[in-house]
Design a binder for this molecule. Structure first.
Ligand code: PLP
Length: 393
């Protein structure tokens, strides 16, 4: 019998049902998010923006937009409620990377200097990697983490004073501690730089009050909607109202064409869900579960970067075991446990091998895992790693 596309979808569904999912950036969305993203809204073109928004944007380039205009306004209103903010919001970015691209272009020109986190210490590709548009277009300089793995705020200030960046970026993909947004904002003010936060990983924690909020401190805030926010795959940009026009025109026509209205509907459902008391409880459980699992690894003798976690993820430093992060990721995959390799502070290996792994609790908490379940999984991972280390000797 010939294969068709739905065979692959069925296989992936089975994989997701079977595996223990510990990738810190993944989650499982609700049926309602699925329905919205799979809806007739995918058929609609709507380049531009609803009229009379605070940015002064003047409408769409297509007819028949009366429904999607209302939807997009509704979606924007919901996200302001989620983060209890009067910042302007743009819900059109197709992804976190697209959101960052547009955010940079709203206030920077190619060649401008940006101070961001060192990539080996937890930043995302779009924070200045030489293989990414960010590293190719802008003059990137980097701050570091200290020996314990915490962001070194003295280094941030010293680099800011020395290099005088036009924009300072805070936010990460693999950082397990509270980020001092107020400290960053003060440094940005001191050197006259824009302050941008990419809260993609921790946005759910910010929404639930489990991480300090960057609103009121940052000029521009980007996020994805599919990690701890547990929603449709996509991006959002928030900004101070005075930057609204710059941000909107950097999204469209600057870096995107027609918005994905089916995804905007999915983002609206995501926001509706994030506004419920159940969602807050879910995020509290994610953080509780993460602490419990992290502590179990420490009890079992593992080295955890920074010695713990404040959020939904932590990093195991496997240097002592002699195993690479890649070997451990591959072996765990064979046992139905999914996570990803990650560099550790002062990494000696290439990012393709890496000396650590990143572990996150957002996805399995959605599946109902408790602290006891995560402790049990830590034990299972330990058994597998010990088996590998034994063979290596
Ligand atoms: N920003 C951060 C901090 C991320 O961790 C990620 C993705 O993991 C992104 C941006 C990019 O998001 P996307 O994969 O949707 O482009």
């Amino acid at each position: 019998m010939e294969l068709n596309t739905f065979d692959f979808i069925a296989r992936e569904q089975e994989r997701q049902d079977r595996n223990i999912e510990l990738i810190a950036s993944e989650n499982f969305v609700s049926e309602n998010v699925m329905r919205a993203v799979g809806s007739c809204l995918t058929n609609k073109y709507s380049e531009g923006y609803p009229v009379q928004r605070e940015s002064g944007n003047c409408g769409r380039y297509y007819g028949g937009c009366e429904v999607v205009n209302d939807l997009e306004e509704y979606c924007c209103g919901l996200w302001k409620q989620v983060f209890q903010t009067d910042y302007h919001v743009n819900v059109q970015p197709h992804s976190g990377s697209s959101a960052n691209l547009a955010a940079y272009f709203s206030v920077l020109r190619p060649g401008d200097r940006v101070l961001s986190m060192d990539l080996n210490n937890g930043a995302h590709l779009t924070h200045g990697s030489p293989v990414n548009f960010s590293g190719k277009l802008f003059d990137m300089v980097f701050y570091n983490v200290n020996a314990a793995g915490y962001i070194d705020m003295e280094d941030v200030r010293a680099k800011a004073l020395e290099t005088r960046p036009k924009l300072i970026l805070a936010g990460a993909s693999a950082y397990s501690r509270i980020i001092d947004f107020a400290g960053f904002a003060a440094i940005a003010k001191e050197v006259g730089a824009y302050f941008m936060v990419d809260m993609a990983h921790i946005a759910g924690l910010v929404a639930a009050g489990d991480h300090p909020s960057p609103f009121g401190l940052a000029d521009i805030i980007t996020t994805t909607t599919h990690k701890t926010l547990r929603g449709a795959r996509g991006g959002l940009i928030f900004c101070r109202p005075e930057l609204a026009k710059k941000v909107d025109s950097a999204v469209f026509p600057g870096t995107q064409g027609g918005p994905l209205q089916h995804v905007i509907a999915g983002k609206a459902v995501t926001a509706e869900e994030a506004l419920t008391p159940e969602y807050r409880e879910y995020i509290h459980a994610v953080v509780r579960n993460c602490k419990a699992m992290c502590q179990e690894f420490q009890r079992l003798g593992y080295n955890v970067v920074t010695g713990g976690t404040d959020n939904h993820l932590f990093l195991l430093d496997l240097t002592d075991t002699g195993l690479t992060g890649k070997a451990v990721q591959d072996e765990l995959d064979r046992h139905g446990i999914t996570l990803n390799k990650n560099c550790v502070p002062n990494e000696k290996r290439s990012p393709m091998q890496a000396s650590g792994v990143r572990v996150g609790t957002a996805a399995m908490t959605t599946k109902g895992y408790t602290e006891a379940d995560f402790v049990r999984v830590a034990g299972r991972i330990d058994e597998i790693i010990r088996g590998m280390a034994g063979q290596a000797k």
